[in-house]
Design a protein around this ligand. Structure first.
Ligand SMILES: Nc1nc2c(c(=O)[nH]1)N[C@H]1C(S)=C(S)[C@@H](COP(=O)(O)OP(=O)(O)OC[C@H]3O[C@@H](n4cnc5c(=O)[nH]c(N)nc54)[C@H](O)[C@@H]3O)O[C@H]1N2
Ligand SMILES: Nc1nc2c(c(=O)[nH]1)N[C@H]1C(S)=C(S)[C@@H](COP(=O)(O)OP(=O)(O)OC[C@H]3O[C@@H](n4cnc5c(=O)[nH]c(N)nc54)[C@H](O)[C@@H]3O)O[C@H]1N2
Ligand SMILES: [Mo]
Length: 590
């Protein structure tokens, strides 16, 4: 739509008057692709200034509890709801692109698609009244500062691409795009590595399915294939079989669909190297583990998340503790591994040379000569790169050309960081499609609408499983910290009282949950904070594998919910796993 996969708009929650949250729970996650200090305080601020917050989620989350309205939706049907919203916008003449007028291609194409999706057609499937859908469309159109925000519950589902695309479509059709209070492209002080041109996106035009996976034939998307293919690619013999694996800060045995099958497959690799601080469910299979320094032993300036921050700012944190045992920094480990993967003996890799070369590439994208610039620095590594990206970023001093501009030294002198203002319109700068126009209706995406139409005719699924996050977990890796796991067991099945009664399970009892992929036994928590027909489990638990060195986590093991995620239940056009909306059965265990 905009010429690159990292061009992701974020909701301007500090200035909006109507926030529609779909499939996100900032109360737990603290904001996803939405970096904002005190994110819930800002969301409550919308109501405090007379605005409104609507949460569309199958669960009544902590965010929904603080909103004006909770609309429980049937999992996986958000794309249908949003197409109906678009339908109303066109049918009632409410489309108004605002500042984007004349800069968007494909508006008519979206109108033609949406014509077939009146709210009445989808209400029975989404569970949201046609009248409510119409009112939502009218409110979005009539509110000067309004925005729809969709996150992981929207993309990690069966129609993830369509739903995520339609969030932007609705924001654009209602004129709430690239303007204050709408969806905007943030402006990081230090430009991130994601600004580099992407292979496979030359000229801003993506091509897909340039190759397919060996076993299942899944199409490549921007160089990626579904991680749910990994176990079969390792386990299936033949030419092209994966025999070596490098993991960096990932725990896919717990985080990916069919994690139990991946667990078994990893044991058969010829070579596995993990860069990780913990010996956990995944890294226990590694032949070599390279622990980087702890985050507290390293300096920090974020490279990625400022790209999704509601304001511009820069902040540098020095290490809290000096590293004690002379271990290398993670960036050195990674450069050495990269060299080794290219066939160099690990101890002969020219770490300094590769670091210099990378600096030169980064400098050249700014029209600067790397070797000349490097002569100004005493040392290489991340801080030299950070100084470069700050100084050549939107607030930088461009090495003296812009007096008073930012440098790393200036940022270091302000331990609490430097505020650089709210988001500003920057469509022209960001969009790199041919002609610099927003491609509102990419064919690759719109061709998926018939699959969604088929979903409308599918009989009801019975119970479906969705995911939930908790403030005190971070995916799988906070569970070995005693203070974060003490108290009530959080790895429980949430189920509505009506469903509990029907399935014969009781609060505090043990339930057997089964899908086509697997089966787990898990304690039950009966709650009305979930829609009937939906159950929920958190992911990232299941710390009972032998060989992991996680003594605290083992005491609070829980179950791996991804045993229930079928690897072939994917959002077909992205290949991304649907870990939400999985059909399951629930019965008393034993
Ligand atoms: N404390 C904490 N913070 C985290 C993380 C963590 O594990 N713990 N993880 C980090 C990561 S990696 C990410 S990606 C972000 C994610 O951050 P968020 O996107 O805010 O993720 P969740 O909190 O999982 O909220 C997703 C919501 O989607 C709902 N949902 C499920 N299926 C559907 C559906 O079909 N439709 C709709 N409308 N809703 C649905 C779920 O009920 C859930 O409330 O959080 C990050 N922050
Ligand atoms: N069912 C279900 N599955 C999901 C999701 C869901 O909502 N539901 N969410 C999905 C999402 S959005 C995501 S992002 C993935 C997350 O999946 P993963 O990224 O695989 O999971 P994490 O638990 O975050 O793994 C982080 C790893 O980094 C290590 N680590 C921590 N700090 C450091 C460090 O400083 N350096 C290094 N090198 N390693 C470190 C930890 O020990 C851990 O092994 O899970 C996905 N899986
Ligand atoms: Mo994530």
């Amino acid at each position: 739509m905009y010429g690159g996969m990292w061009k992701i708009p974020v909701p301007d929650i500090r200035r909006t008057d109507l926030l529609v949250v779909m499939g996100a729970n900032p109360h737990a996650s603290q904001g996803s692709l939405l970096a904002c200090p005190d994110v819930m305080g800002e969301i409550e601020g919308i109501r405090a200034r007379g605005g409104r917050v609507v949460v569309i989620d199958p669960r009544r989350t902590g965010t929904a509890d603080r909103a004006d309205e909770w609309l429980p939706i049937v999992p996986g049907t958000d794309a249908a709801l949003l197409l109906a919203v678009a339908h109303v916008l066109f049918a009632e003449g409410l489309v108004d692109l605002g500042t984007l007028a004349g800069r968007v291609d494909g508006v008519e194409a979206v109108g033609a698609l949406a014509a077939d999706w009146p709210p009445e057609r989808v209400a029975a499937v989404t569970g949201i009244d046609a009248d409510r859908t119409r009112a939502l469309a009218r409110d979005l159109a009539a509110t000067e500062r309004a925005v729809v925000y969709g996150r992981i519950g929207l993309c990690n589902q069966e129609f993830g691409t369509l739903a995520s695309w339609l969030v932007d479509v609705v924001n654009i059709l209602t004129g709430h795009f690239d303007v204050a209070g709408g969806a905007m492209f943030p402006r990081p002080a230090a430009w991130p590595v994601t600004d580099l041109p992407m292979p496979g996106l030359e000229g801003g035009v993506p091509s897909f399915a340039r190759w397919r996976t060996r076993v299942r034939g899944a199409p490549e998307v921007l160089g990626h294939v579904p991680v749910s293919c990994l176990a079969e690619e390792i386990a299936t013999p033949g030419p092209g079989q994966i025999r070596a694996l490098l993991t960096v800060a990932g725990n896919p045995v717990l985080s990916t669909p069919g994690g139990d099958r991946l667990d078994a497959a990893l044991a058969g690799l010829d070579c596995m190297i993990s860069v990780d601080n913990y010996l956990n469910e995944t890294t226990r299979h590694a032949h070599v583990v390279q622990p980087g320094l702890s985050p507290l032993e390293q300096a920090h300036h974020d490279d990625l998340l400022w790209l999704f921050a509601v304001g511009s700012a820069a902040r540098y944190s020095p290490p809290v503790f000096p590293p004690t045992d002379g271990r290398p920094h993670e960036w050195e480990i990674l450069i050495r591994l990269a060299g080794a993967c290219l066939g160099m003996p690990a101890d002969e890799v020219d770490v300094t040379g590769i670091d210099d070369g990378f600096f030169d590439v980064m400098a050249s994208t700014q029209g600067l000569d790397g070797p000349t610039l490097r002569a100004r620095y005493d040392a290489g590594g991340p801080e030299r790169l950070l100084d470069l990206t700050l100084r050549t970023g939107p607030f930088g001093d461009r090495y003296g050309e812009v007096p008073g501009g930012l440098t790393l030294d200036k940022v270091k002198a302000e331990p609490h960081g430097i505020h650089l203002g709210p988001m500003v319109p920057r469509l022209d700068e960001v969009v790199t499609t041919p002609g610099g126009r927003v491609v509102l209706a990419p064919l690759y995406i719109t061709a998926d609408v018939p699959r969604l139409a088929n979903r409308l005719d599918r009989p009801g699924d019975g119970l479906v499983l969705v995911n939930r996050r908790h403030l005190q977990s971070n995916n799988s890796w906070m569970h070995n910290v005693a203070v974060l796991v003490k108290g009530r067991n959080r790895c429980t099945l949430h189920i509505h009282p009506d469903d509990a009664r029907r399935c014969g399970v009781a609060d505090g009892g043990l339930a057997a949950v089964a899908s086509t992929a697997g089966r787990v036994e898990v304690p039950v928590e009966v709650t009305d904070a979930i829609a009937p027909g939906v159950v929920s489990l958190p992911h990232g638990w299941g710390h009972d594998r032998p060989g992991a060195r996680l003594a605290v986590a083992r005491e609070h093991a829980g179950i791996n919910s991804n045993v229930l995620s079928p690897g072939d239940f994917v959002d077909v056009i992205s290949g991304n796993a649907a870990v939400n909306g999985i059909p399951v059965t629930v019965a008393p265990a034993g």
